[in-house]
Design a protein around this ligand. Structure first.
Ligand code: ZN
Length: 365
């Protein structure tokens, strides 16, 4: 282990002299869930007053469901597991009012470049479309999959059908299941068979992705039956309902996602392989615009699209809650952070990758 891991030492209150060597870490598994295009505004303040007054669907019901008197009550109504558990037992980064800025560093501020930056660790401006092209960059999932203890034990599930391209499935050879593609790797359990049928039978409201319940249920069944060391799941409805100007369903999708994450976490804690040995990572691939005319979209021309959020919880993460004064943290740091939780130095393979997020991993002495 090189001493690059010592970069976790941060200044100020967190300046414990720790050098997180692999032997000190308790994390043996990582589960990483991303919510596509889910804004930091809703994460930290819940439903937004101005957007509950527009044309975004059944906003009367949305107000009843998610409007509360204070930002703290609103965000807890929207994301109860995130705020009652993750933000208490783990860490949340990106609360700009507390001097914590999380951003994508790529200039495009849409999905493929955002996922590529996050999972490859590199914000390459040349990754500039959502086209079905195989990513030339190495990603951290593929890198782990190529190493002995993780070979065959890394799996990625996504709502959006671009993931086999973003993660370059043909090159990596790892499990990547996305879109409406049935899951046929290994033994097809009765649950997987049912999900596969639903993928075929359900109305295809969006061309490129089914509703989140399908990839989520596929990932959950895979977790229970195949017990991967690293599980990645991307949920897409928050972004899709945003583009469709349905603030009501954007909020409902976030609430559903929070419930999925809670079930995933509780499932992990019920299984000996995972209990007390698994780190949860959460983030998004880009922000969205501002106000009634901007929130639906995102991109280089819509201010605020670069602002994101991230969260961590697990046996190696100090329970600091909402982090203050982190300065700027970028999405690309997630790749090396994921590896570092597993005692691996991603920068040894990709020196130009962004370094791990400071302060989220503490060594156990
Ligand atoms: Zn996106």
């Amino acid at each position: 282990m090189t001493c690059r891991m010592c970069c976790f030492v941060v200044l100020g209150a967190l300046a414990a002299p720790v050098c997180a060597r692999a032997a000190d870490l308790r994390t043996e598994n990582v589960v990483y869930v991303m919510l596509d295009g889910f804004r930091h505004q809703e994460v930290f303040s819940g439903a937004e007053e101005q957007l509950l007054q527009g044309e975004g669907g059944d906003l009367e019901l949305a107000r009843m469901r998610f409007w509360r008197a204070t930002p703290e009550a609103r965000r807890e109504a929207l994301l109860p597991f995130f705020w009652k558990v993750v933000a208490k037992e783990g860490q949340v980064i990106g609360d700009q009012e507390r001097g914590s800025i999380a951003q994508v560093a790529n200039p495009h501020k849409f999905s493929y470049p955002g996922y590529s930056e996050t999972l490859c660790g590199v914000a390459d401006p040349a990754v500039d479309s959502n086209n079905k092209v195989h990513n030339k960059h190495l990603n951290v999932l593929e890198w782990l999959h190529g190493q002995k203890p993780f070979a065959g034990r890394v799996a990625a599930f996504g709502a959006w059908d671009l993931f086999p391209y973003i993660l370059n499935q043909p090159r990596s050879g790892m499990v990547v299941n996305a879109g409406y593609t049935p899951f046929t790797e290994g033994k097809v359990t009765p649950t997987i068979a049912t999900i596969n049928r639903l993928k075929d039978e359900m109305t295809r409201y969006w061309k490129g992705e089914p509703f989140d319940a399908l990839p989520y249920e596929t990932a959950l069944e895979y977790l229970k039956t195949r017990k991967p060391r690293v599980l990645f799941l991307s949920l897409g409805e928050t972004d899709e309902w945003g583009h469709d100007n349905r603030y009501d369903l954007y909020l409902e999708a976030a609430r559903l996602s929070d419930g999925y994450i809670e079930t995933l976490w509780n499932t992990l804690q019920s299984m000996p392989q995972y209990r007390g040995k698994t780190t949860l990572m959460l983030s998004t691939d880009h922000g969205r615009g501002l106000g009634p005319d901007g929130w639906q979209g995102h991109g280089k021309d819509l201010p605020n699209s670069e602002n994101v959020w991230m969260a961590f919880m697990g046996p190696d993460t100090p329970a600091l809650g909402v982090r203050a004064d982190t300065g700027r943290v970028t999405a690309g740091q997630m790749a090396a952070t994921l590896a570092a939780f597993l005692g691996k130095d991603y920068l040894s393979a990709v020196p130009e990758a962004a370094p791990p997020v400071p302060g989220v991993i503490a060594a156990k002495n």
